[in-house]
Design a protein around this ligand. Structure first.
Ligand code: GN1
Ligand code: MG
Length: 360
């Protein structure tokens, strides 16, 4: 789709309307993303408008990325970290009236997949996210600020669900009765999370916090991992966020938008590849407590996402964009099914994790 973007945004980055082709790309729910092609030299860029309802202090994003980019450049100069490009006048982020925009390089020869079609892709993506955490192992994560406060705080997400439940219309409470029951039945996962959270060897690390497959760029021919993108949620967190979101999004053949729940099953070989790829980078770095939480990471992220979708349905869809009224409820059903499938296969999956840890 060809789009118009305010000329002054293009000019801030040294482009003119005549030399640039603009296409909308990406499938993210939060930010608007556009591909810019420079018609004079073929160079490509990714332009994004930051959703400031979600990222209420967008300059925190720019500061975090800059500070990580500086560390990586100093310590690992060959690592490809596609940090945003400055405007002609040198700003890290473009403020245009009340909007915030940033431009990133488009990495040539790569693809951002929307779905995975082989365990190798899972392995390569997981390796890239693991690699970023490994390279940042000695970076002091307390130098970064949260770009969304409490983003992956399961206790907060549970409280938000309870609040939404109390305020929801009777009609919505009825429609979501089964999912509300499941949200409460899985509350034990929150207790487990809180028990682990207080352990000394459960460190804060720099986490990406959005490890879906389209955020790992792979070589377009060989599917070898090249780098990670979408750095808005690069901030301190726990490793279970990154590994867990990979399990949430790589293990099932179908996405969170699939309504036919019989299709929501776990692919064991994708689980194995994801864990193997991640541990190939982080296996020597994870603490004893973290190693115990490998399988838990998937339950934690899937449960949290189910709660977030359900909460949004009860709140009449104020956060996630929807194409029909009950979409967030359907997404919550999908995620609860996925959680149940993961738990159903738990024995086999933990045997695999044990064997892999022994090898590492
Ligand atoms: C949002 O926009 P996207 O797809 O990158 C959300 C993630 C959710 C995801 C679910 C800032 O990410 O946390 O996992 O939707 N990001 C934010 O599709 O809320
Ligand atoms: Mg994102």
């Amino acid at each position: 789709m060809e789009l118009t973007i305010d000329e002054s945004i293009l000019e801030a980055y040294g482009f003119t309307r005549e030399n640039i082709k603009i296409q909308q790309i990406g499938s993210g729910l939060i930010n608007g993303t556009y591909l810019l092609s420079n018609l004079s030299n073929g160079e490509k860029f990714v332009l994004q408008q930051i959703n400031t309802k979600v990222f209420t202090d967008p300059l925190v994003i720019a500061n975090n990325i800059q500070s990580v980019a500086h560390f990586l450049k100093t310590n690992f100069p060959y690592y490809l970290f596609p940090a945003p490009l400055a405007t002609v006048s040198g700003e890290e982020m473009l403020i245009h009236h009340t909007e915030h925009w940033r431009l990133s390089p488009f990495v040539a020869g790569t693809v951002a997949l929307d779905t995975l079609s082989s365990p190798k892709q899972a392995y390569e993506a997981a390796k890239q996210f693991g690699k970023l955490s490994r390279l940042l192992n000695h970076f002091d994560s307390s130098k970064l600020k949260p770009t969304i406060v409490g983003f992956h705080d399961l206790e907060l997400r549970f409280k938000q669900f309870k609040t939404a439940l109390n305020q929801a219309s009777k009609a919505n409470q009825l429609k979501a009765a089964q999912e509300i029951e499941r949200a409460l039945a899985f509350e034990y996962l929150l207790s487990q999370y809180l028990r682990f959270s207080s352990k000394a060897d459960f460190p804060n690390r720099v986490m990406h916090h959005d490890t879906k497959i389209s955020n790992a760029l792979l070589d377009k021919d060989t599917f070898e991992g090249i780098c990670v993108i979408d750095l808005d949620t690069l901030m301190p967190g726990k490793f279970i966020s990154d590994l867990g979101d990979m399990m949430r999004t790589y293990l099932c053949e179908f996405s969170e938008n699939e309504k036919d729940l019989t299709k929501i099953t776990i692919r064991i070989d994708y689980f194995a590849a994801t864990v193997e790829g991640y541990l190939s980078e982080m296996g020597d770095i994870l603490t004893a407590t973290e190693k115990e939480l490998i399988l838990f990471s998937g339950k934690y992220m899937i449960y949290m996402q189910a709660l977030r979708f359900l909460t949004d349905f009860l709140n009449e869809n104020i956060y996630y964009p929807t194409t029909y009224t009950e979409q967030n409820l359907d997404r919550a059903k999908n995620q609860f099914k996925l959680l149940e499938e993961l738990i159903k296969n738990e024995d086999q999956l933990s045997q695999f994790v044990e064997a892999n840890l022994l090898r590492n």
